[in-house]
Design a binder for this molecule. Sequence first.
Ligand SMILES: Nc1ncnc2c1ncn2[C@@H]1O[C@H](COP(=O)(O)OP(=O)(O)OP(=O)(O)O)[C@@H](O)[C@H]1O
Length: 367
Amino acid sequence: MYELKAVHKRYGLAKVALRKIDLTVRDREFLVIYGPAGAGKSTILNILAGITRPTSGDVRRDGVSILRVPPERRDAAMAFENYALYSHLSVGENLAFPLRARGLGAAEIASRVARISGILGIGHLLDRRPGLLSGGQRQRVALGRAIIRPADIYLLDEPVGHLDAKLRHKIRAELKALADDLSATVVFTTTSSREALALGDRVAVLNEGRIEQAGTPEELYHRPANAFVASFVGDPPMSFLSVAPRREGDRIAFATPGGMPVAALPARAVESLRDEPGSRIQIGFRSNEVRLAGPDDPGTLRGRVDVVENLGYVKIALVGIGEDQVSVSFPASRHLSVGETVAIAFPRDAVHLFQNARAIAHAAPYA
Ligand SMILES: Nc1ncnc2c1ncn2[C@@H]1O[C@H](COP(=O)(O)OP(=O)(O)OP(=O)(O)O)[C@@H](O)[C@H]1O
C-alpha cells in the first residue's frame, strides 16, 4: 500500500500543484487519477516514483516513509504521455531493455516481448527504430516497455492519450485484463471520464491540486460528493436546476423559480439542508433520468431546445429552462429541431440535491 499524507507541492514560489492531499493506493488495485489538464496528475505520479519531492507531507510504502528512497530503489515502472524511447535501439530492443537490465534469459525475454507486443498490436514493428514510428505507435512501445517487467507499482501517465478511439478502446480493455492477470498495482491518469469509469477499481477525481472525491466508479457516478464531481464524471455531465425548498407534510418539495415542482424528498433524507437565505439549492439529474413528455402531461417543465447531439444509438438535447440548461436523452428515431419547445418530465424522487455545490442527498435508488 502506498499513501500520500498531506502532500503539498509548490513549483517555484507561487505555483501550487498539490494542496495537502491524502491518497491511498491499495495493493493490486487499478487506481485512476482523473482530472482536467493541469490538475496535478503527473505531479502525483512523479512523487510516487520519487522523481519529484513534495514541498511538505509524507509518502509511505506499507506505513514506512519512502521520502528519502531514490527513484532507482523504488521499483516503479513508468510510462509517460511523452514517451522517451531509446532512438538507437529497435522497438524489440526497447521492449527487451528493462528485462535485460534485470538479467532475464533470452527465451524468457523473447516470450515476454512477443506477448506484450501482441497485446499492444506492435508485433510487426519490432525491427523498426522509434524514429520511424507514428506518435501512437511510439506511445504503445513506451507503454509496453513500462508494463513488460514485474514492478511493485506501475505509474501510467495518460498512456493511451495519443491513440485513435478504436485503438484506445481495445488497448484499454487489454490493459485492464493484463493488470488483473498480473495482480498489478496500477496508477493511471486520464482526462477522459469514460476511461476513468471503464478502468478504475477506484477513481480519484483531482481538481486544481485537490482530491474532490475518491471512490468506485459507481460511487462517483451515483453519489457524487459535490457539483464538480457530478458534472465531471459521466458523459453527458449531470444537469442542474435551481430550485427553492418548501415543507409539505413530512416531505420537502423543490420547485423552480417559476413555481413548477420538480422533486419531493422525505424530510429525513435532507436533514443536512441548511436554512440559509441566499444559498444556492440545485436539483441534479442525468440525461437518462428525465424524459421528453407530451405537451399535456401533468408536472412537466417547458424549455427550448438549444442543441441536439446525435450519438447514433441515442440523441441528447440541451434544453434551456430559465437560467439553466439541462440535457435530456431521447430515442434516436425521434426528430427535434433547435428552437422547438419541449416538455420534460422528472422522476420526482430519483434526483440528487446540492446546496452551494455540496451534495446533500442522493435520493432512491442511489441513497
Ligand atoms: N516543473 C514545473 N515547474 C513549474 N510548474 C509546473 C511544473 N510541473 C508542473 N507544473 C504546474 O503544476 C500544475 C500541475 O501540473 P501537472 O503536470 O501535475 O498536471 P496534470 O494534471 O498532469 O496536467 P496534464 O493533464 O496537462 O498533463 C500545472 O499548473 C503545471 O503547469
